[in-house]
Design a binder for this molecule. Structure first.
Ligand SMILES: *Cc1c(COP(=O)(O)O)cnc(C)c1O
Length: 429
């Protein structure tokens, strides 16, 4: 790399000073490179995003917003945040963007704080039907501080029951209606949610933590034209740094900004804000649009293969980057499937399915997603092979060594963090 104009990641320095932690970094990189990553909420960020994360911007206190900070010396980091905001607004066609939330959960906390008082009623999707912890679970602040009414999916179709949503909204008159999910393989009809929200005078909050990346690339319809507030994460299909964000109408801009800072957070993570700007910049390129369409096509190919082999997809299929598989016909629990796959070099997670008779620690299902393998360059043809391997691993624990070998063969061509493209993290460095 030669002389660096900034004090960036220097892996050699870390190895000399703290070999124990350096080894953790190397081992994690090996784990990612040596296995199939099928966790639907994960992705592999670019070296450029990593460079912004590992920069001196991590040192800067910048409470407040660009041009309105409570610390001196913010004129440089202001440029990063202005670029992040500007790029997010243009990428998503939003009137206002806040790029400071530390995570998706922080973004939801701030969005609720902007729109609700403790004790107010909100309507959101049931966790066990695909909703998120922050949508009113009793073990989360959302369930403790608000009066939460939950809607779910229909038993037969396993898709959102919009009639139930409307009935519950009319009956309970929520101040906020939340749509968006963490384990729902179907498109969400934001126009219908908008109609219901208007009918009862509720704010519509779309938590598209999982799908914002697909929306950015144009692979699925966007929630932005319909929702008053859109919360999201930057690290899932969007492929940016771990973090959150909020988009909203001009009307709510000041309320959202005050809710993020000073209500929920103090100092923003300026290195992460800069890395978000890099990711938004990457997502505006045509290649990213192609990537997101391929993520969805790959999910369909994988889902079709699993279904053909007797693994029933909840709701009958997928329209996004993920699928939920009902394992009951195979007589294998979600926890056991997760273990068998891990033994075969395949990382995925157990997941409750709607009306699951098993508890969350066991479950009858698993969740599978394609953002990582698509980043690695795989296409529908490879995803058929991935499907075959998943089925082999889940059905027969004895097949683990053979599956592992076939996983390795696949990864020889489609390696995560190819050393040639990412020398700073390679052990030879
Ligand atoms: C992932 C997710 C979140 C939380 O994001 P974190 O960054 O883990 O806090 C919130 N809502 C939904 C729907 C999610 O899928």
């Amino acid at each position: 790399m030669g002389a660096q104009p900034y004090y960036g990641p220097d892996f050699g320095q870390l190895q000399r000073q703290d070999p124990d932690i350096a080894q953790v970094l190397l081992d994690e990189l090996s784990r990612v490179r040596d296995g199939l990553q099928l966790i639907a909420s994960e992705n592999l960020t670019s070296p450029a995003v990593m460079a912004a994360l590992g920069s001196t911007l991590t040192n800067k206190y910048a409470e407040g917003y660009p041009g309105r900070r409570y610390y001196g010396g913010c004129e440089v980091v202001d440029r990063a945040e202005r670029m992040a905001i500007d790029r997010a607004r243009r990428l998503f066609g939003a009137e206002h963007a806040n790029v400071q939330p530390h995570s998706g959960a922080s973004a939801n906390l701030a969005a609720y704080a902007a729109l609700l008082q403790p004790g107010d009623t909100m309507l959101a999707m049931e966790l066990s039907h695909g909703g998120h912890l922050t949508h009113g679970s009793r073990v989360n602040f959302s369930g403790k501080w608000f009066d939460v009414v939950s809607y779910g999916v229909r038993r037969g179709s396993e898709q959102i029951d919009y009639d139930e949503v409307r009935d519950l909204a009319l009956r309970h008159q929520p101040k906020v209606i939340v749509c968006g999910a963490t384990a729902y393989p179907r498109l969400i009809d934001f126009a219908v949610f908008r109609g219901i929200s208007d009918e009862v005078g509720a704010w519509l909050l779309a938590d598209v933590a999982h799908t914002i990346g697909l929306m950015a690339g144009g692979a699925i319809p966007s929630a932005v034209p319909y929702a008053d507030v859109v919360t999201f994460t930057t690290h899932k299909a969007l492929r940016g740094p771990r973090g959150g964000g909020i988009l909203c109408t001009a009307e709510l801009a000041a309320r959202i900004d005050r809710a993020v800072y000073p209500f929920v957070q103090a100092g923003p993570l300026m290195n992460v804000v800069a890395a978000k700007a890099v990711a938004f910049g990457e997502a505006r390129r045509p290649e990213f649009g192609e990537y997101t369409r391929r993520v969805v096509a790959n999910a369909r190919a994988l889902c079709d293969t699993l279904a053909a082999e007797g693994m029933r997809p909840v709701s009958g299929g997928t329209e996004t980057h993920l699928m939920l598989i009902d394992l009951r016909e195979l007589g294998v629990s979600g926890a056991e499937a997760e273990r068998r796959c891990a033994a075969a070099g395949i990382t995925l997670n157990r997941n409750v399915i709607p009306y699951d008779p098993e508890p969350a620690a066991v479950t009858s299902g698993m969740r599978v997603g394609t953002p990582c393998v698509t980043t690695q360059g795989m296409g529908p043809q490879e995803l058929k092979e991935v499907g075959t391997l998943v089925v082999r691993a889940v059905r027969d624990p004895g097949a683990a060594p053979e599956v592992r070998e076939r996983v390795s063969a696949l990864l020889t061509t489609f390696q995560a963090y190819d050393p040639a493209a990412f020398p700073a993290y390679d052990s030879k460095y």
